[in-house]
Design a protein around this ligand. Structure first.
Ligand code: NAD
Length: 487
C-alpha cells in the first residue's frame, strides 16, 4: 500500500522538498507496512514557510470577512467532495476504522471551515458610549499563527486550527504530528484549489524540534498546540518567554458518572463511545467510569455483553468497528498499562490482549479492555493511557463522586448520566472540567467551545471563542470635544 505525497512540505501554494531533512517513515498501523516517507523540515524550510506566511498575511487581512469566508466555505465543499479519498488516507495513516474516518475526520474539518467562514462576518468589535465622546474596539488578526497537531485526528485538528485562524485574517504554518504527516498536505492542496492565496496555509513536517523552532520564530505571533500535557508545558514555556499567546489542547483523565436513575443502555453506549471509539485515542475520553453501586452489576453485565460485540479487524472493511492503535510505541504503552492495572490489584474483567487477525498479525491491535475493582489511587485511574482501556469504579453518593471525579490534575472533560435534571446541572456545575456532557458523551459540535481547564490546557477551539483566541482587541477612544489640558 502506498500513500506517498508529492513532496514533504507545502509552502506558498506548492509542494516543496528538502532531502537534507531527516527521513520520517509513515506506517500503516494495521500491517506495520511503510506507506510513505517524508523529510523533516530543515531550518531553511521553516524559514521559507514563515516568510511565505508573513508576506501573504497583510493582504489577506484587508479582505472583507465575507470574502475570506467564501474561500473557506469553498474549501469545506471540496473537503466533502473528496471525503472518501480523505477518509481512506486518514485510515491508512492512523489505522482508524473507515466507518469512523468517513464521518468524523474530514467532515469535521469541513464543518469548522464552513462555520468560521460564515461566523467571522458577525464577529465584530463593540461601540462604547463615553458621554459625548465614544470608543470602539477592533478585532484584529495576530499575524502568523503556528498550529501543531497530535496524531489522533490529523485533518480535523488541521481544520479546527486553520479555520478560525484564516477566517480572522491570519496566516498559518501547520506542523502535523510526525506520525501522521499526510492529510494536512491534502488540506493545503484543497485550500489552494478553493482559491486561498499562496502562503496563507503552509505545512511543514518534523518532530518536536521543528515545532519548537516554529514557536520560537520571531515572526510567529501565536501558537495553538494539540498534544500531551508534557509537550504543552514545554511549548507554553517557550511561547511565554516571548510573551506569545497560546492555545493548549492537552490530555485528560476524564470522569463519566452514571447515577442509578440513568437510562442504562444510553449510559453504557456513552461509556463505550467514550472509551473505545478511535481505539480509545481521544483526549476527552471518559476513562474513569463511576457507576453508582446499586446498578453496578446490571451495568457491568450489559457493558460486557455489548463490548463483546465490538468487531476488530481490517480498518478498510466498512464492517470493522475498531482498528489498531496508531503505532508500535502506543501499542507497547497501552499493553504496559494493562500490566500495571493488574499489578496494582485491579481486575482485568474483559479484553486486555492482542487479537489474532488473519493477515494483520503485525498490526498494533489491542482488544477493548475493561478493568473493575479499580480504586482512585491506581495508576490506570490517574494517568492518561490513550488506548481502549476503561476503568470502572463504584460510588454511593453525589458529594463523594464529585470530590473523587475532581481529584485529578487534568480537567479536559466530564460527563453525567441521570434522568434527574436538577442533579445533572448541579453535578456539572461542581465538576472542574472545560467540556461537559449530560446524557451523552464525546460529541464536539463546532458550535460549542471545546477545551480544558487545569493541566488539560486553556484557550478554546470551536465556536466564537476560537475567533477570540485568533485575534487581539484594539481599543480606540474617539474624542468629540476639545482636549482638556492643564498645561
Ligand atoms: P505529543 O505531545 O507527543 O505531540 C504533539 C505535537 O507536538 C506533535 O506534533 C509533536 O511533534 C509536537 N511537539 C513535541 N514536542 C514539542 C516541542 N518541544 N515543541 C513544539 N512541538 C513539540 O502528543 P501526541 O502523542 O501526538 O498526541 C497525544 C496527546 O495529545 C494525548 O495526550 C492527547 O490527550 C492529546 N490530545 C489532546 C487533544 C485536545 O484537544 N485536548 C486532542 C487530541 C489529542
Amino acid at each position: 500500500m502506498r500513500a506517498q505525497p508529492k513532496a514533504s512540505h507545502y509552502i506558498n501554494g506548492r509542494y516543496v522538498e528538502d532531502e537534507q531533512g531527516e527521513v520520517i517513515e509513515v506506517v500503516y498501523p494495521a500491517t506495520g507496512e511503510i506507506i510513505a516517507r517524508v523529510h523533516s523540515a530543515t531550518p531553511n524550510i521553516v524559514e521559507l514557510a514563515v516568510e511565505a506566511a508573513r508576506a501573504a498575511q497583510p493582504t489577506w487581512a484587508r479582505l472583507k470577512p465575507v470574502e475570506r469566508g467564501r474561500i473557506l466555505r469553498r474549501a469545506a465543499d471540496l473537503l466533502l467532495e473528496h471525503n472518501e479519498e480523505l477518509a481512506k488516507l486518514e485510515t491508512l495513516n492512523t489505522g482508524k476504522a473507515l466507518q469512523e474516518t468517513l464521518v468524523a475526520d474530514a467532515p469535521s474539518a469541513a464543518e469548522a471551515l464552513e462555520f468560521f467562514g460564515g461566523a467571522v462576518a458577525a464577529f465584530n468589535g463593540e461601540q462604547v458610549e463615553l458621554g459625548g465622546s465614544f470608543g470602539y474596539t477592533r478585532r484584529e488578526p495576530l499575524g502568523v499563527c503556528v498550529g501543531i497537531g497530535a496524531w489522533n485526528y490529523p485533518i480535523q485538528i488541521a481544520g479546527w486550527k486553520s479555520g478560525p485562524a484564516l477566517a480572522m485574517g491570519n496566516a498559518m504554518v501547520f506542523k502535523p504530528s510526525e506520525v501522521t504527516p499526510l492529510s494536512a498536505l491534502r488540506l493545503a492542496e484543497i485550500f489552494t484549489e478553493a482559491g486561498l492565496p499562496d502562503g496563507l496555509f503552509n505545512v511543514v513536517q518534523g518532530l518536536g524540534d521543528v515545532g519548537a523552532s516554529l514557536v520560537a520564530h520571531p515572526e510567529v505571533a501565536k501558537v495553538s498546540l494539540t498534544g500531551s500535557v508534557e509537550t504543552g508545558k514545554k511549548v507554553q514555556a517557550l511561547a511565554g518567554g516571548e510573551m506569545k499567546p497560546a492555545t493548549m489542547e492537552l490530555g485528560g483523565k476524564s470522569p463519566l458518572i452514571v447515577f442509578d436513575d440513568a437510562d442504562l443502555e444510553n449510559a453504557i453506549g456513552g461509556a463505550m463511545l467514550g472509551n473505545f471509539y478511535s481505539t480509545g485515542q481521544i483526549c476527552s475520553n471518559g476513562t474513569r467510569v463511576f457507576v453508582q453501586s446499586s446498578i453496578y452489576e446490571r451495568f457491568l453485565s450489559r457493558l460486557t455483553e455489548r463490548t463483546s460485540a465490538i468487531r476488530l479487524g481490517d480498518p478498510l472493511d466498512p464492517e470493522t468497528h475498531l482498528g489498531p492503535l496508531i503505532s508500535k510505541a502506543q501499542y507497547d504503552k497501552v499493553l504496559r498499562y494493562i500490566e500495571i492495572g493488574r499489578e496494582d490489584g485491579a481486575t482485568l474483567h474483559h479484553g486486555g490482549g492482542t487479537p489474532r487477525l488473519q493477515g494483520l498479525e503485525d498490526g498494533f491491535y489491542v482488544e477493548p479492555t475493561i478493568f473493575t475493582d479499580v480504586t482512585d489511587r491506581m495508576r490506570i485511574a490517574r494517568e492518561e493511557i490513550f488506548g481502549p482501556v476503561m476503568s470502572v469504579l463504584t460510588f454511593d453518593d453525589e458529594d463523594e463522586v464529585v470530590e473523587r471525579a475532581n481529584d485529578t490534575p487534568f480537567g479536559l472533560a466530564a460527563g453525567v448520566f441521570t434522568q434527574n435534571l436538577a442533579r445533572a446541572h448541579r453535578v456539572i456545575g461542581a465538576l472542574k472540567a472545560g467540556t461537559c456532557w449530560i446524557n451523552t458523551y464525546n460529541l464536539t459540535p463546532v458550535e460549542l467551545p471545546f477545551g480544558g481547564v487545569k493541566q488539560s490546557g486553556f484557550g478554546r477551539e470551536n465556536a466564537m471563542a476560537a475567533l477570540a483566541h485568533y485575534s487581539q482587541v484594539k481599543s480606540v477612544y474617539v474624542e468629540m470635544g476639545d482636549v482638556e489640558s492643564p498645561y
